[in-house]
Design a protein around this ligand. Sequence first.
Ligand code: BGC
Length: 528
Amino acid sequence: MGNSNDQHDEAYQLEHVEAPVTLKAYLTCAFGAFGGLFFGYDIGYMSGVMGMTYVIQLYTEKDAFVLPSSMKSLITGILSAGTFFGAIIAGDLADHFGRRTTIIGGCLIFIVGVILQTASHGYKLLVAGRLIAGLGVGFESAIVILYLSEIAPRKVRGALVSGYQFCITIGILLASCVNYGTQNRMDTGSYRIPIAIQFLWALILGVGLFFLPESPRFFVKKGRFDRAANSLSRIRGQPEDSTYIKDELKEIVANAEYEASLVPTDNYWASWAACFSGGLRRPNSNLRLTILGTSLQMMQQLTGINFIFYFGTVFFQSLGTISNPFLIGLITTLVNVCSTPISFWLIERFGRRPLLIYGAIGMFLCELVVGIAGTVKPNDTTVASAQIAFICIYIFFFASTWGPGAWVIIGEIFPISIRSRGVGLSTASNWLWNCIIAVITPYLVDKDRGNLGSKVFFLWGGTCFLCILFAYFLIWETKGLTLEQVDQMMEECGTARRSVGWKPSTTYAATSFVAHDSKPKIEERESV
Ligand code: BGC
């Protein structure tokens, strides 16, 4: 598969003079990826806070040991509700105000949410703060992906966007460490410290983004080619009048003109409707791509990864023979962090399709082993240790494949006309399924409910098997292509399986693609 993907590379070289990837490009994307920290930290810290003795006593009768389920559900679920709507709204705003401004706006909203949560000394204000912070996280999680995909050089786009996933994993780890440090405090510091620390992430990202360039593709969409050239030149580290910049810009503009000729952008509702247009027959119809992006994020959640991060400690406790379930929880988090950078190399070396196909096979096999071992020999120390080892291997497969892969792909598949909304909708789907899994899992595993125990891994194994089929039939190979070529590749290939080794036969710039003269052309649209 490596060979055929190299053809993408050769094909590109035939058509373009390409700017070398500079250190600045790497640093810009690495900084942008920092947005992942919000995401990970938020996933990680709340379950710890809800288990703290001080917090439980604050919100309930003094002799309670756990928060009531309804409280836990609301505290966990309200963030997902915020992120769900945040991601959708942000997709909208990013086309209007720009990617960078929307991310900065998200940081401000997030800060308000953090202040409310930190100030809270009761349940209601905490919930309100979490809803608002959730909106901010939704902004970050969708638009950082969009921004990174649009500014990263094509050759290392997969690796750089995977940096976002790396930051998610670091966020989860940091949250465990901070919780660990404050869990035994019997004052408001127990929950205020883990909550207030997040203020820092928003400050660093928000302030830092002021110094980074806006996405050139956003300026092109707005018809501001002068500003697009300027920001492209800053990102690529080449003069505005160099062939590198002129060539790349020409292609982005030609593709945007083509897209603008197909999708009306002058009417707000019509441009939303465009995300669901084109029917199901055309391989790259907007409707198909929206379904692909949202279902890819659904499948990422259905791998079962958050069963480990949300309910891992309880599951390890249920194995009965494990002396320190919290330590095992920390180890699984560390495996997640350490395995993610491997994807930086894998995703560029082998491509998106093999990564997702083999990753799902690996996860499926591990889950099967964990399920069979725990069912055949429950309450056995050796078996329990083997189960934990396979859970770690499972996390390794997730972290090096589906974890980053799902984010990389949603940033690449949408055409410019619906990209920001498509990424927003796909991210919203991630949070929706994240929430659904968080809510239904207790009913599957709690002793007084489904009491599935290790058998729950048969369920995740089943969904992982679907992930294999999903990746095989539906994931396009986008490695090494520009975002504009991805569009062209889908048009020409017809099915995802044929996309491996596809070569562009022409460029948008070389072909006058503008289809219908009656539709608005890019120059006629509003300026920034
Ligand atoms: C997923 C999260 C998950 C995390 C684990 C992300 O890509 O979307 O739901 O908790 O990876 O590292």
